[in-house]
Design a protein around this ligand. Structure first.
Ligand code: CP
Length: 307
């Protein structure tokens, strides 16, 4: 049984293989009849301990498009509320013979721990501030569709609350693996310790940081994860680190504007930019379904099946 727990550990050719598979899934998803039976007889359980719109919905749609039986575990109404632990919950579901568990949890490392206890494949749908591998894959697919397959030519600028962002971490790992130049733009208070060792350039001024950018990836300001310490005022944050039309002009004219969602409009991104001609934010959501189809099929597809 194989898992996807993070971008860390994936080889570049494995990333490219998943992106190629996802490209096929885009074509399938755009057909009038979107469904096939590649995973007929397989059971997928989505187990989300943290809120989600995009990731949970797209994993459910992805499993169903592949013909799997998909069950969304409602954690809010489950025995977790009576004190059942993560592992006991996972073991209980494991006893129902699923083929794959899709898990989001608020603690870094929780999904990897769970994967050691169950007999099925496990996908990390976001664990604390650690990794969100399918987000990085869908971001890479979106970039590749616009900028081509050679990431060595690209400068990708990741802006904002890097400290709390599993999306930033997975993206840095993936973009480095494919050879892109990665720059992060953030106040020093919103950068994790040791970020320099991840092979990124660090800039604190947004306009300087956006110079020559082919891709501008904005991050949500995760105020709910800021306890007591530095919580910037929204107005001040937007002034210095919010992406508006004037700041975007410092990037290349054909730069893509990306955001993993959910967005705080007027905090890290202005509405006219989020909805503007350079934005690929909705396309990211579409690619999310395709990438998740690719991941699920690669982990639990029937060997040799060409249905
Ligand atoms: N990008 C992302 O993970 O969004 P959700 O929290 O809505 O799943």
């Amino acid at each position: 049984r194989r898992h996807l727990l993070g971008i860390n550990g994936l080889k570049p050719h494995e990333i490219v293989d998943l992106l190629d598979r996802a490209e096929n899934a885009v074509a399938v998803s755009r057909r009038p009849d979107k469904k096939n039976s590649v995973l007929k007889g397989r059971t997928q359980i989505n187990l989300f301990f943290e809120a989600s719109t995009r990731t949970q919905a797209s994993f459910e749609i992805a499993g169903k498009r592949l013909g799997a039986d998909v069950m969304n575990m409602s954690v809010a109404n489950s025995s977790v509320k009576k004190g059942e632990t993560l592992i006991d919950t996972a073991m209980t579901l494991n006893a129902m013979q699923p083929d794959i568990l899709i898990v989001r949890h608020h603690s870094a490392g929780a999904v990897a721990l769970l994967s050691q206890k169950v007999a099925c494949s496990v996908v990390n749908a976001g664990d604390g501030q650690h990794e969100h591998p399918t987000q990085a894959l869908l971001d890479a697919l979106t970039i590749r569709r616009h900028k081509g397959p050679d990431f060595h030519q690209l400068t990708v600028v990741i802006c904002g609350d890097v400290l709390h962002s599993r999306v930033a971490r997975s993206n840095i790992l993936l973009l480095n693996a494919l050879g892109a130049r990665v720059r992060v733009v953030a106040p020093s208070t919103l950068l994790p310790r040791g970020i320099e060792q991840m092979g990124v350039e660090i800039v604190h001024d947004m306009r300087a940081g956006l110079k020559d950018a082919d891709v501008v990836m904005m991050l949500r300001l995760q105020r709910e994860r800021m306890e007591g310490a530095f919580v910037p005022s929204v107005r001040e944050y937007f002034r210095y680190f919010g992406l508006d039309a004037e700041k975007l002009r410092h990037a290349r004219p054909d730069a893509l504007v990306m955001h993993p969602g959910p967005m705080n409009r007027g905090v890290e991104i202005a509405s006219d930019v989020a909805d503007g001609p350079q934005s690929v934010i909705e396309e990211q959501v579409e690619m999310g379904v395709a990438v998740r189809m690719a991941v699920i099929e690669s982990l639990i597809g029937w060997p040799g099946d060409n249905r």
